[in-house]
Write a protein of this length. Structure first.
Length: 397
């Protein structure tokens, strides 16, 4: 037992240091100088939609209000009765000068419904520079400009964007729990991995030239995989091109209205990472010092020193979290809300439990569909949400 709680204490110390390093990485990233693009080619934004979600209209408004010379927005849906379509029509009337195309096509080309939607939408895209942009993103006005500036760097084949979690005010603690995972584990993890040479494509944003997309095999080559963003990034690398990371940090709505929905969503994330990088996923447990500090308390039988150690670990974790929040609030204002400090132990524990569970499951629930390890739909699943059934956010399908 002595060896075990010594090991747990050591892992907690390492986790605290990783948290502080993540804070430094966010500070450095936010301090990067911005450069205007040399040219501003016309851009098509591809916005796949599916279902109603919190803050959808606010997120889509940010797309219409891009400060960029020439751009087109293509919205794609599978169903004419989709409630997201009414939101798009309202915004079309509000922004009559914006170049908008709407594609409603029920065709499903493979297991990945988001990619099927994108395949249907691509026929309406007018321009060579494409941006695949999730429906839940709240874009800064210079989003397209920052992406183009990164894409025009020599040797860059694709540009992606880091993002943080934005909990809707009408939802409860579970959305703050989800936002904490994105803002304080995902974001620092992405930036630290970049420092060590990793160049992952992050699924919320992908800017790519049409010619480059075709060289990778096109969207049709992605329709049978669950983690299409990761595969697209790998195929861009196979062309000898890099995956750039824009200096824009984009808030993304955390829409899960209850804990069960949050669990299904995050298990899908961890299960997808496990499939592509199982060792890296296991190593990521070092990001959660409060889990290991609590394990130290349990293994020591609640010894006084272990309780003091847990308190010190919590204080260090809180310092890094508050430091990151302060950096983001200077950049994003109200779109970067503070993370409750009391939530941090629960967040670390849940994250480690999800990582462990991902090694035990093969099927995941994805937007109301049970999907197996090969991306094949097994069945339609009804998930209770409030007083209704199904997902309240099935966006970007």
């Amino acid at each position: 037992m002595t060896v075990l709680f010594d090991a747990a204490a050591l892992l907690s110390i390492v986790g605290s240091l990783v948290g502080l390093a993540g804070w430094i990485a966010v500070v450095r990233f936010a301090a990067r100088p911005s450069f205007a693009p040399i040219e501003t080619p016309p851009v098509t934004i591809l916005k796949p939609l599916y279902g109603h979600e919190p803050l959808l209209e606010e997120a889509l408004v940010s797309c219409f209000e891009q400060a960029y010379p020439v751009f087109q927005i293509v919205f794609g849906l599978h169903d004419q009765d989709d409630p997201a379509l009414a939101v798009v029509h309202r915004l079309q009337a509000r922004y009559p000068d914006c170049d908008v195309a709407i594609v409603v096509d029920p065709a499903i080309h493979g297991p990945n419904r988001k990619v099927s939607n994108l395949i249907n939408m691509l026929q309406a895209a007018r321009y060579d520079v494409l941006v695949i942009s999730d429906s839940d993103l709240h874009l800064p006005p210079n989003y397209l400009e920052r992406l183009v500036a990164e894409l025009e760097k020599p040797g860059t084949g694709l540009v992606t964007s880091a993002y943080i979690g934005l909990p809707p005010p009408e939802f409860g603690w579970q959305t703050r729990l989800g936002a904490a995972q994105i803002t304080h584990n995902f974001l620092p993890g992405v930036l630290l991995s970049r420092m060590f040479g990793r160049e992952d494509c992050l699924g919320s944003t992908a800017m790519i030239r049409r010619s480059t997309l075709e060289q990778t095999g096109g969207l049709g080559a992605l329709v049978s995989v669950l983690a299409e963003d990761n595969v697209l990034g790998q195929r861009v690398h196979d062309l000898g091109l890099s995956v750039g990371l824009t200096d824009a940090i984009v808030p993304a709505t955390v829409p899960e209205p209850n804990f069960l929905a949050l669990w299904h969503h995050e298990i899908r994330w961890t299960r997808t990472i496990r499939a592509s990088a199982p060792l890296a996923l296991a190593a990521s447990t070092l990001q959660y010092p409060l889990f290991w500090a609590l394990a130290t308390c349990v293994l020591s039988g609640g010894a006084l020193w272990s309780l003091a150690f847990f308190g010190a670990s919590w204080a260090l974790r809180a310092a890094s979290v508050m430091g990151i929040d302060a950096v983001l609030q200077r950049q994003l204002g109200r779109l970067a809300p503070s993370t409750p400090i009391w939530l941090l132990p629960a967040r670390d524990i849940l994250s480690v439990v999800e990582i462990a569970a991902s090694y035990l499951v093969e099927d995941v629930i994805w937007r109301g569909h049970r999907i197996d390890a090969n991306g094949i739909e097994l069945e339609r699943v009804v998930v209770p949400v409030g007083n209704a059934t199904g997902w309240s956010k099935i966006g970007s399908d």
